[in-house]
Design a binder for this molecule. Structure first.
Ligand code: GUN
Length: 283
């Protein structure tokens, strides 16, 4: 039987409507959640992500500000800007769009953002809280993935989750969140030997490697839940994920499309974290 497609775009729209009500309620109490994004340089993909965040913020009625800085901005200048935002009482969430130019130490920047405004969930304090299962800002893509799985009432408890990719933004944290939900988790990466042996045992397969058609339908277990986090541009200019969609659809029970799958959920969870930050800061 063909897989049920999990349309993240539709789930994101439903969740955004709920969140819009929350924002309206906060405004009645005099709380106006505000997200500030810092964008350095002119990377087209980053510019497009930031535009998406602004559009979604506008829909919810969140205040959003984008600080655009030139590529030559020094690390010191950026840290100074972050310090100002940390101390600006009107700002609830701070996001520095990654990747940064090579002369800037990304980890230093992540650690400069006060954990109370770290709506990306990248600060070591928030990562640590996530590891211990305590309430915190969860990284947006992994958080969106868990939200999608739960929205479909797919059980995670006791399932074998296989994660392909070990980035700090997606692979590592999504494995931790699935572990927090009682999955048995296996991480695979570029040095994993015989990766297909792991793929075929996955009840839940998260693919975040950044390679078009990395996973093919004949490799996956019948009835698996397949979440495709990849975003790759083909030679003809269209966007595709890391999973060969048509063949995977024949084997999986659930499958996310690209585009319109995980991507829209990521922005939604960012805005969810921003609302949470505003609530916590004004509690
Ligand atoms: N670049 C790509 N994804 C992300 C993200 O989730 N947060 C930030 N800050 N930059 C990104």
């Amino acid at each position: 039987m063909a897989a049920e497609i999990i349309y993240g775009k539709q789930l994101a729209e439903e969740f955004r409507l709920e969140m819009k009500h929350l924002v309206d309620e906060l405004k009645l109490k005099g709380i106006h959640p505000k997200l500030t994004v810092i964008l350095i340089g002119k990377d087209p993909a980053s510019q497009s992500y930031v535009k998406g965040k602004q559009k979604a913020s506008d829909f919810l009625g969140l205040e959003s500000e984008v600080i655009t800085l030139p590529t030559e901005t020094s690390e010191q200048e950026l840290l100074q800007r972050i310090d100002e935002l940390n101390n600006d009482n009107k700002v609830d969430g701070i996001l520095v769009q990654l990747p940064l130019p090579r002369h800037i130490d990304e980890q230093k920047v992540i650690e400069a953002i006060t954990p109370e405004k770290d709506v990306d969930g990248f600060h070591p304090m928030n990562i640590g809280r996530m590891m211990t299962g305590k309430a915190t800002f969860l990284p947006c893509t992994p958080y969106g993935i868990i939200h999608m799985i739960k929205a479909k009432n797919i059980s995670i408890d006791g399932k074998h989750a296989v994660i392909l990719g070990r980035s700090n933004i997606v692979g590592k944290p999504v494995g931790q969140l699935l572990l927090n939900e009682n999955a048995t988790v296996t991480y695979c990466h570029s040095r994993t030997k015989n990766i297909e042996d792991y793929i075929k045992t996955a009840d839940i397969l998260i693919v975040a490697v950044g390679k078009q058609a990395f996973v093919h339908g004949d490799q996956i277990k019948e009835g698996a839940v397949v979440i495709d986090v990849g975003v790759n541009r083909t030679d003809s200019g269209s966007l595709v994920g890391d999973v060969d969609f048509d063949s995977a659809k024949q084997k999986a029970a659930y499958l996310t499309p690209v585009p319109g799958g995980v991507g829209p959920m990521t922005i939604t969870m960012l805005l969810h974290n921003t609302i949470k930050a505003a609530k916590q800061r004004h509690a």
